[in-house]
Write a protein that binds this ligand. Structure first.
Ligand SMILES: C[S@@+](CC[C@H](N)C(=O)[O-])C[C@H]1O[C@@H](n2cnc3c(N)ncnc32)[C@H](O)[C@@H]1O
Length: 272
């Protein structure tokens, strides 16, 4: 594992001043959020007037601005959670609650070689790259691969370029690459990729499959029946709370079911 390939200092620091081309999150007093890519001479348009991007460019990474009609907007660098929920997307993205769980279950860390398929809009790619992994992604659709690359670059700048390799390939047909530490699967039939991991994933390596339906999770589990250990399937429920003085209760709405996460470790190849 080439740990020296990851240097946090390469990434845009959260304390850097805004520059043209940076993503900026605008949040109004009613918590409405808009992601904007800053451009010299451009205007941020809202229902209540405009704010020149030039007022934000060169300024601190979090500041308050008034629109031409007096509306207050907080402008800040988006967090990974903000970015994933507001970034341009083609394919459906993995929600932050599942991104966090997947990265923890798969124990993704700096310098690890991670295989990812499909790449979709790049939400999971961003989370993996942010953790310092070296990501090889297989994606069948060129438009999605392009979109993912743009989203990665927009959030991480060019700093992740060397660690992000997307190939236009059908991963059901096999893997050209190998020697991976981790594999992250988010495509309709992950059980068709798992057999290829028998050689592409190192012994002790972790696979994590994201499947919206339980029948998919069952098929994943069947494909993990031999050659794998520590196999588990979980789901993550995320419930917010309304807290205002003594009025304290769970929110009426919650991010409940999104997907099942199945995780397993590759067994060593043993002589029989
Ligand atoms: C739900 S999206 C992935 C979203 C992604 N995890 C994210 O966070 O943005 C599923 C992706 O799998 C891709 N896909 C489907 N079948 C595939 C295959 N056989 N090989 C490679 N990619 C495939 C689709 O084109 C689509 O982009």
């Amino acid at each position: 594992v080439a740990r020296d390939r990851f240097r946090l200092g390469e990434m845009t620091s959260a304390s850097d001043a805004f520059a043209a081309g940076d993503p900026a999150l605008f949040v109004d007093s009613r918590q409405r959020r808009r992601l904007v890519v800053l451009e010299a001479g451009a205007q941020f348009h809202s229902h209540a007037g405009t704010i020149p991007h030039d007022d934000v460019i060169g300024g601190p990474p979090c500041s308050e601005h008034r629109s031409t009609q007096g509306a207050r907007w907080m402008v800040a660098r988006p967090t990974l959670e903000d970015f994933v929920l507001t970034m341009p997307r083609g394919a459906q993205v993995i929600y932050p609650k599942d991104l966090a769980a997947m990265c923890t279950l798969a124990d993704v860390g700096p310098g690890m070689r991670v295989f990812e398929t499909g790449v979709g809009s790049g939400a999971l790619s961003i989370a993996l790259l942010r953790l310092g992994a070296d990501v090889t992604g297989y994606e069948i659709r060129e438009d999605f691969a392009t979109r993912a690359g743009r989203n990665v670059r927009l959030f991480l700048g060019g700093t992740a370029d060397e660690r992000y390799h997307v190939r236009l390939r059908d991963s059901y047909e096999g893997l050209e690459d190998g020697d991976f530490d981790r594999a992250m699967l988010d495509l309709p039939e992950p059980w068709r990729v798992i057999p290829h991991l028998a050689t592409a994933l190192r012994p002790g390596g972790v696979v994590c499959a994201y499947t919206p339906s339980i029948t998919q999770a069952v098929s994943v589990r069947q494909s993990l029946a031999s050659g794998w250990f520590d196999v588990r399937t979980i789901e993550v429920l995320h419930r917010g709370w309304h807290i205002e003085g003594q009025a304290v209760r769970p929110d009426h709405r919650m991010v409940a079911h999104t997907a099942f996460l199945t995780v397993a470790r590759r067994s060593p190849i043993t002589a029989r």
